[in-house]
Write a new protein. Structure first.
Length: 321
């Protein structure tokens, strides 16, 4: 393109020599974050976005009321049929899946790394430590979000919903025809056995069945890992393998586990959606502040040449991009 500058009278303007072409190039490619910067951003997202996690969980539930209603209806139907379904589960699934995992160090007598849960806990900690060493942000976010998924599952199920619904656990041998043992029931509609809030998962089992905390936590972690790494087979296959080890120790109605699995899916999805939205907003903020913007290389040439005719004298300004 060219711009013509209107000239003065010939005798009032001295000839202007041509100016050599000048090319300006600016390269502002951002430098990759260091280990501390990456870890700091991941921790910032995980900590500051806690309120957003619950907002996104609510949006998952309200995004499509038909899906939510179908899930609630499915859980209700499962509860109605829980006795024959759970009896079949005890007689065929629990008696078939007879495998145990070796106890990991520190998994006996520990509140946080108890039994088979230690496999999940150690795996998450290992992922976080390895991702810190490798400066791998996706791994750090997957681990931190999984930790939050475990914490939310505990607070929502163990502390809150179990105290509200107060459903008794099924007798471990529903098909033997004998009266249920103390603290257990053979009635799937035995809800609202109110009790104080129990922070410990052991001890008295009365009113501690619905929903399954383990199913909630395992599905929440699986959903986080699946969304972070875009792979469903490995996360869900791994947590299923750990969950069904020593399966008869769970002592739940099938409806408890189905409800827990659906709830865990909502928790995991809400956490990942929230962290992604938080990071997007932070990136937009940095761009507005001029930090970390990747600009294209800019190149331009210009020339200033004299323009002389019989009636006027001027200059012509040429610019090319």
């Amino acid at each position: 393109m060219s711009f013509f500058c209107v000239a003065q009278e010939r005798d009032s303007l001295k000839a202007t020599p041509a100016i050599d072409s000048i090319t300006a190039k600016v390269d502002t490619t951002p430098v990759k974050d260091g280990h501390l910067q990456t870890a700091g951003k991941a921790l910032k997202t995980a900590v500051l976005d806690v309120p957003g996690d619950f907002v996104q969980m609510g949006k998952v539930l309200t995004k499509d009321w038909r899906v939510t209603a179908a899930c609630v209806g499915g859980i209700s139907l499962m509860i109605l049929a829980d006795k024959p379904v759970t009896q079949w589960y005890q007689d065929h699934i629990e008696t078939t899946l007879k495998y145990k995992l070796p106890a990991l160090p520190g998994s006996k007598g520990s509140r946080y790394f108890y039994g088979n849960d230690a496999y999940l806990d150690y795996a998450i900690l290992g992922l976080y430590g390895g991702s810190l060493a490798a400066n791998y942000k996706t791994g750090q976010m997957a681990a931190l979000n999984s930790m939050k998924a475990l914490a939310y599952s505990y607070l929502i199920t163990q502390v809150t919903l179990k105290s509200i619904f107060g459903r008794d656990r099924p007798d471990p041998t529903l098909s033997d025809g004998k009266p249920p043992r103390k603290g257990y029931t053979d009635n799937p509609y035995d809800f609202f056995n109110f009790h104080r809030v129990r922070f410990d998962t052991g001890g008295d089992v009365t009113g501690m069945s619905f929903p399954s905390m383990h199913a909630t936590a395992y599905f929440a972690v699986a959903k986080v890992m699946a969304m972070e790494f875009h792979n469903y087979w490995i996360p869900y296959g791994t947590v299923a393998f750990i969950f069904f080890a020593d399966v008869d120790a769970h002592q739940h109605w099938v409806g408890d586990m189905v409800a827990g699995g659906l709830l865990g899916t909502v928790i995991g999805q809400g956490i990942v959606m929230s962290s992604r939205l938080f990071e997007k907003r932070q990136e937009e903020k940095r761009m507005l502040e001029g930090d970390g913007i990747k600009q294209k290389k800019v190149g331009f040439n210009y020339q200033i040449l004299p323009a002389i005719s019989s009636s006027m004298t001027g200059v012509t300004f040429f610019v090319s991009l």
